[in-house]
Design a protein around this ligand. Structure first.
Ligand code: ADP
Length: 489
């Protein structure tokens, strides 16, 4: 057996291999490929203390924004040089297509450069205080130590959504990657060091035990929590953060609607439905897992969709011909199976897939289900797998009602050539992102996040800076007059 690759945690100026290790399994081969450290409570406390010290006493927050920007740009260059190796580490951890992970990692330098460009533009404002003798101004200051908790599906992309703005404004960070996908995050820390960031600005802790995340979020030394993951864990994380009154931003699950009107370009719509759910084998928070199709075109759209779905090539995620890789790990596969059983029990008709791929148990076939009652959990809840539920609607009112008819509010797609309808729907859909004649497009300049049970807070765009800044009001008295101490002034 070849020796496993290994990674260490970056804590302050130290690399720690951990007193114990756990293995990350490559979901395609089913074999362990990486040995990662299991953080102790002490490791977590040390990482938070290093971030605290770097924030309170280090040069980071007091450094001119333009200097922080230089380091962010250097980091962007290093990511560019190492993108393919980082992408491969992600594919080995989570089984997603290498070409998707490559696209994602290659998109990251632009994120860091965008926020580098904002780092020296964190301007406050001067306020009319309503008093002759006072000047008032607002300083926008970094909030402090940020705990970033990550899921396994797009580790570096989702890390970047958090740390590019956090570092740009002068925060320090402790990151905990998912136990299913630690490799790329811990390797990324090597690039942060190489770029020349002061020690303690970027720290990593890692572990299989849920406690590692809990210790981090519960630390009273943490000033802000930024979490991406499931709704169940998101609630726990928000509650843990609330114990010490740290604000949290949460990017959680969804059951997004991809709506096809009869006036749509149907080829584009079918392609959009496919990419919405089967790209990444549905393991994406923005997955368009509910297709709503207008009655006049329902038969033709569903027929084309089913036909193309049955031809999806599953296989080695590293092979450029593969269209869908394995499910990331056994627990996730069980969840997909469970939901498909629920769909069957609730009267859903399986139009494609419906099971694992023959003898290749780590793959779940791309699956289309029709005829689910609106009350079915398979219609209402996030599956995070390659399962699309389709439903026919008659008019725009019904489409909006169905689209908005879950507890979530992350994303929605609309396929139409009617410009008025497109704008109407953009307003009426309850979602943080609405795509018109597109699906699953994200960019560093566009704010991203959810409503309702999909979470709160925004990542990307100038809006993301607000998550990591706090406003300080400064009152300056100019007259020198002594005021009556028993009035409010
Ligand atoms: P997923 O398996 O979909 O990534 P989770 O939402 O459970 O789902 O996990 C997201 C991240 O949250 C992971 O890094 C995980 O280790 C971490 N985590 C799990 N439980 C907790 C917890 N109680 N407190 C903090 N982090 C947690």
């Amino acid at each position: 057996m070849t020796a496993l690759e290994s990674v260490s945690m970056r804590i302050g100026a130290e690399w720690r291999a951990g007193t114990r290790q756990f293995c990350s399994i490559d979901p395609y081969t089913g074999e362990p490929w990486l040995s990662a450290p299991e953080a102790t409570r002490q490791d977590v406390e040390d990482a938070v203390a290093a971030a605290r010290a770097a924030f309170d006493r280090g040069p980071w927050r007091s450094m001119p924004g333009g200097r922080r920007a230089e380091l962010l740009r250097r980091l962007a260059d290093l990511i560019e040089q190492n993108a393919d190796a980082l992408a491969l580490a992600e594919t080995r951890d989570n089984g997603k297509l290498l070409r998707e992970m490559r696209d994602q990692v290659r998109s990251l330098p632009a994120h860091y450069r965008y926020f580098a460009g904002l780092a020296d533009k964190i301007d406050g404002r001067v306020v009319d205080t309503g008093r002759d003798n006072f000047v008032g101004f607002v300083l926008r200051e970094p909030i402090g130590v940020v705990a970033a908790i990550l899921p396994w599906n797009s580790p570096l992309l989702l890390l970047t959504f958090k740390i590019a703005p956090a570092l740009a404004v002068g925060c320090t960070v402790v990151v905990k990657p998912s136990e299913h996908a630690p490799a790329s995050i811990l390797r990324f820390a090597e690039l942060v060091e190489k770029a020349g960031f002061p020690p303690g600005v970027f720290n990593t802790v890692c572990g299989e035990a849920k406690e590692v995340g809990q210790w981090l979020v519960s630390s009273p030394q943490v000033d802000k929590v930024s979490f991406t993951g499931s709704g169940v864990t998101g609630r726990l994380v928000a509650a843990q953060a609330a114990e010490h009154l740290a604000p949290a931003s949460l990017e959680l699950g969804a059951k997004s609607a991809n709506i096809v009107f009869a006036d749509a370009d149907l080829d584009a719509a079918v392609s959009g439905l496919l990419s919405g759910i089967f790209a990444a084998a549905g393991q994406s928070c923005v997955a368009g897992s509910r297709a709503l199709i207008q009655r006049a075109v329902a038969d033709v759209v569903i027929e084309r969709l089913v036909e193309r779905t049955r031809r999806i090539t599953i296989g080695d995620p590293k092979d450029p011909a593969t269209e869908m890789g394995p499910i990331a790990f056994g627990g996730q596969l069980d969840k997909v199976r469970r939901f498909v059983s629920i769909a069957r029990a609730d009267g859903g008709q399986i139009l494609a897939g419906g099971d694992t791929a023959g003898d290749r148990d780590q793959f779940f076939l791309p699956t289309i289900v029709a005829g689910l009652p609106l009350t079915s959990r398979a219609w209402q809840e996030e599956i995070f797998g390659p399962v699309l539920s389709v439903r026919v609607f008659d008019d725009e009112e019904e489409a909006v009602e169905l689209a908005n008819g879950t507890v979530y509010g992350l994303a929605a797609g609309v396929w139409t050539t009617n410009v008025r309808r497109a704008f109407r729907l953009a307003r009426r859909l309850v979602a943080g992102t609405v795509w018109i004649n597109a699906y699953r497009t994200l960019g560093y300049a566009m704010p991203f996040g959810g409503l309702r049970h999909s979470g709160y807070g925004r990542e990307n765009g100038v809006e993301a800076l607000n998550e990591y800044l706090t406003d300080k009001s400064v009152w300056v008295e100019m007259s020198g007059a002594i005021r009556d101490p028993f009035t409010v002034g």
